[in-house]
Design a protein around this ligand. Sequence first.
Ligand code: WT7
Length: 652
Amino acid sequence: MSDETLSNLLKEDRRFEPPAELAANANLTEEAYERAAADREGFWAEQADRLSWDQKWDTVLDWTNPPFAKWFVGGRLNAAYNCVDRHVEAGHGDKVAFHWVGEPADDKRTITYSQLKDEVSQAANALTDLGVGAGDRVAIYMPMIPEAVVAMLACARIGAPHTVVFGGFSSDALASRLTDCQAKVVVTADGGYRRGAPSALKPAVDEARTKTDVVEKVLVVRRTGQDVAWDDDVDVWWHESVEQASTEHELEFFDAEHPLYVMYTSGTTGKPKGILHTTGGYLTGAAYTHWAVFDLKPETDVYWCTADIGWVTGHSYIVYGPLANGATQVLYEGTPDSPERGRWWQIIEEYGVTIFYTAPTAIRSFMKQGREIPDARDLSSLRLLGSVGEPINPEAYVWYRHVIGGDRTPVVDTWWQTETGSIMISPLPGVTHGKPGSAMIPIPGVAADVVTEEGESVPNGSGGYLVLTEPWPAMLRTIWGDDQRFKDTYWSRYAKQGWYFAGDGAKKDSDGDLWVLGRVDDVMNVSGHRLSTTEIESALVSHPKVAEAAVVGAKDEDTGQAVCAFVILRDEAGDGGADIVEELRNHVRKEIGAIAKPRQIMIVAELPKTRSGKIMRRLLRDVAENREVGDVTTLADSSVMDLISAKQSEGK
Ligand code: WT7
């Protein structure tokens, strides 16, 4: 972010006080900050008490071997029991867990906690029959249908860590994840609905199986009814196994540190990182934050998080947090604009949604379409709005609050990461006033700071690196199979202090409130999704016509950042042919998925490099953002940028 944008941002001085009624009945009040700071572990133990434990822990935190934390040591619990069975046992079996809304209009299902318990038990039995035992990994590659949630909880119930792979990822991306975590079983569907048409999933699983031999069984939900290839030795229909299985399933309890799931995310190198979350601490963090930050009143609220379960937001704020809290939710299969642009607002009106959690990129696109679309619906049920995934620009924040929230609703801008497992920095809706663009301060129990390269806390009004200075229960435990990378990535930069380095730049304003500014490493944020520049570069270079590639994230009005690639072709490829740009864009889509498809590709003769051979992405970003190119004095050959800039203006 340029200094100019930053100082404009910091001039933002609109303030929104918490509504009186919300403040008077808030789940968490001001005193929690002090209480948590005075006795952090005691505070977290109190939060862990939200869960049902078969056996209580002996020690809250074991931090004797940092950065490898153990939380609630000696405790035993079952995550699925906490999310489902205990609510039924408490007499809430008839309560709605999910109002599921399919993309085709009128395709809906209501699922109570009792029904969820039966289905999870059936799926647990079926997975056991397929040979899945505690500790075995199961991959889930599904559309947003109830079976996806059921599959996750069934895995948790039998202690088999799941790895959910976003349905938009390609077969290559799926195969590499299957191999990395050695997934024995894949749960998928024939397809799902996207923008009015069935889109296939099973073929990608079939193709992935030609690239890895770890998978023994594929469990397939029939969602669209489209034709699928079938391998009798491997493929099993959900309706012929899960739906035929017993609804009785004997529960087992697992150690608090038993692996719950692995979620892959992009890092600064080509290979995605398998972020490992374990059971007791993670569930504590998800349940506590969902209750505190969204001020959840489980008896009356209807909560809707629009994330896909293929991302961590779907894990913590659709599955584990809300269900542990016994919430009633909306779960929606499709895109915001199908079959019409007001679909989301129609759903809010129909189900009386009270708490709504989405991403800035979606808000910006609705802003662009105009307020007439949401204005056509009754959104008066809403009492709280949340934002996640990237910095929310003040204009989008104010529009969200004003147009969607009718100026009644606080907006909670929640900063966290796949690695942190749960929300870390956010306003508390009944305590903190809203300041458009700022995520405000760490929630009670969390300790964060903005520091210099050397680790000194920056004064108010200055920027630096965002760090987390104390361990927290939902923190990642390691990178699957790679403890060294875990240490190097997060804990080496501030090793002396023992701090977690988040990879984000941030600023403290004159009140000491935090403004998260974005990544400081080679990671891009496109529509709130994390993408690695190196991963896309590797995908491009794997194309036979490509010699070298450099990728940058350029500012984009709609998606926050957009992928821009600079490519050098191999000599034998000549000019690559008329369709070379489209060919390369599609290649990236095939290698990684549609979300990684570059917005723009420039074929160039040279890339700007330093004398030591490092690509100067900063200069390429200048070109991609149509700025005058910055300081080129450290380039090995400074004429390179003249060539690229000339080419850029030619293209306009
Ligand atoms: C990165 C984490 C957390 C779930 C979704 C993304 C950026 C996330 C905010 C926010 C500014 C944000 C950061 C972070 N980010 N939320 N409220 N304000 N930036 O999870 O894929 O792990 O990405 O998203 O850059 O490091 P993720």
